[in-house]
Design a protein around this ligand. Structure first.
Ligand code: ZN
Ligand code: ZN
Length: 512
């Protein structure tokens, strides 16, 4: 009993609870409003604002690397080892820091965790704990000032500026209690400087030195130059991946997908996907896309060192893609001219239609009255075929009775609409909708409005027939001008059919 209590007390002492368990609902807005950022970095204050520790870590290696390149010949073996060490330490960040610890995209066995923690230390980007805390804030507050590398502050800032200068603001709160409870992460944090020196400097100098006698080459190329490449490779995820490429899954924020970014970041270049599905162990989902980090994790799972690889359901991934494709198509559609909607056309009685057809070529097809004057001479079947239908209902003739017109012809016809026949029953039929509009992309807001309109009409018992009645007789005043909005849209069908069946029949009889 006593030992159990002791153990519980010990657990309590080491168990960290999430820092955001009591986070207020308006946290982002409130924090941005109430906490004051440091003044922007300018030429005048730049020197005082420099963060000297990270600036040293970012400037000394490239200086040493350049000096080494000028003084030490590069041996093929050393070059091959430097490239190998680039991938080892780079994967420590991408497969370890990023996908394993920051995102928990899979589970790693203890030996693999040690390898990744050591390799990641060799990339000299801070401990797992520090790195993951910033990265989780980046995902949670993307593109806001609570994101430590907010891409809206420009390519330089998101790449390196945020480390060279003191942070303008504390990153937004992000829970890392799982990492604080992880003894391995704590161990790496505690001995970070020693591990860094061992993996970033000592090992890549000693291996070429002992194995083929190239101590200087090992130091300058495999340690220093390699470190510069690993640094900028990772930094490109924050800069280039938020700037270059496409947004195939969501365009709400800056992350983008690009092959070039993938090549320079060991596969972290499909960043639009990554920000949508951050817990997915993949960045690239297609087999031909470059993602060595994913390949590495997959191989580790084959040999039993990794498990529980998380992959977002394919159906949801495709939904995101479809949304973006529809959005692009909507933009395309918005750029085109479309037929006047039945809501914006005047309602015409049969008698008025007959009267007007004496002075201009009007043809009734599928409930719509069309002014075909611009098309009389263009009609492939000849002018006479149109002329004989003036003032008549040519619906049957148009849809196969005389010639089954093409989709293009139907689309063109719809552009000639000038009115809606009162009680035009055909309006609900497929014939009334030109082929180009049978699949229409409609924004959520507009759709909600249409639904609300339809619901309120149902509630108040207002039917099209009544409303249309109000507009009858306005033909003379509104020729060629849009009428007040009248409801004949697809959502109104049904009501309309039931509202004036008798009148419709009589109209049919009178003109057939
Ligand atoms: Zn990002
Ligand atoms: Zn991430």
């Amino acid at each position: 009993m006593a030992s159990l209590r002791q153990r519980q007390t010990a657990d309590k002492a080491t168990t960290h609870t999430p820092v955001d368990s009591n986070i207020p609902d308006n946290y982002v807005q409130h924090t941005l409003k109430t906490t004051k950022p440091l003044p922007p970095v300018t030429w005048r204050n730049a020197l005082q604002e420099i963060n000297w520790i990270s600036t040293t870590a970012l400037t000394v290696p490239p200086i040493l690397a350049i000096y080494g390149m000028c003084t030490t010949p590069l041996q093929a073996k050393t070059f091959a080892f430097a490239v190998f060490w680039y991938f080892v330490t780079g994967l420590g960040i991408t497969a370890g820091y990023h996908r394993l610890w920051a995102h928990r995209a899979y589970n790693a066995s203890l030996p693999l965790q040690y390898v990744l923690a050591l390799a990641g230390a060799g990339a000299v980007q801070g401990s797992i704990k520090w790195w993951s805390r910033g990265h989780r804030a980046h995902h949670r507050y993307t593109d806001t000032d609570l994101d430590p590398y907010n891409a809206h502050h420009g390519l330089f800032w998101s790449h390196i500026g945020w480390m060279i200068f003191k942070p303008r603001r504390k990153p937004g709160v992000a829970d890392v209690s799982d990492l604080l409870n992880n003894p391995l992460v704590q161990w790496q944090h505690k001995y970070y400087v020693w591990l860094l020196l061992l993996v970033a400097v000592v090992t890549p100098t000693v291996i070429p030195g002992l194995c083929w006698g190239d101590w200087k080459g090992g130091y300058f190329y495999a340690a220093m130059a390699r470190l510069v490449f690993v640094h900028h490779s990772t930094f490109c995820v924050n800069s280039l991946a938020h700037w270059l490429g496409e947004t195939p899954f969501d365009d709400k924020h800056t992350p983008r997908d690009h092959m070039i970014t993938a090549f320079v970041t060991i596969g972290e270049g499909y960043h639009n996907f990554h920000h949508q599905f951050p817990m997915d162990y993949r960045n690239a989902i297609k087999w031909y896309q470059y993602d060595p980090t994913k390949w590495f994790i997959t191989v580790m799972s084959w040999i039993g060192l990794a498990s529980q690889l998380k992959a977002f359901p394919d159906n949801e991934v495709r939904k995101g893609q479809l949304t973006m494709e529809l959005k692009k198509l909507k933009l395309k559609a918005d750029d085109m001219k479309w037929p006047t909607s039945s809501n914006d056309l005047p309602i015409i009685t049969w008698d008025s239609f007959q009267e007007q057809a004496k002075t201009r070529p009007l043809v009734l097809i599928a409930g719509f009255i069309h002014d075909v004057s611009s098309f009389m001479d263009e009609h492939p079947g000849g002018r006479h075929l149109i002329r004989k239908n003036i003032g008549k209902d040519a619906t049957t003739a148009f849809f196969g009775g005389v010639y089954d017109h093409s989709n293009a012809a139907h689309n063109l016809l719809a552009m000639m609409r000038v009115g809606v026949l009162r009680g035009g029953l055909e309006l609900e039929s497929e014939k009334a909708i030109p082929p180009s509009q049978r699949l229409e992309i409609i924004r959520g807001q507009a759709l909600a409005r249409l639904r609300a309109d339809a619901a309120s009409k149902e509630h108040h018992g207002i039917y099209d027939g009544e409303r249309r009645g109000e507009a009858v007789g306005q033909w003379d005043e509104i020729q060629g001008l849009p009428s007040p909005p009248l409801s004949t849209g697809a959502l109104d069908s049904g009501d309309e059919a039931g509202s004036q069946p008798e009148e419709m029949d009589s109209l049919r009889l009178s003109h057939n």
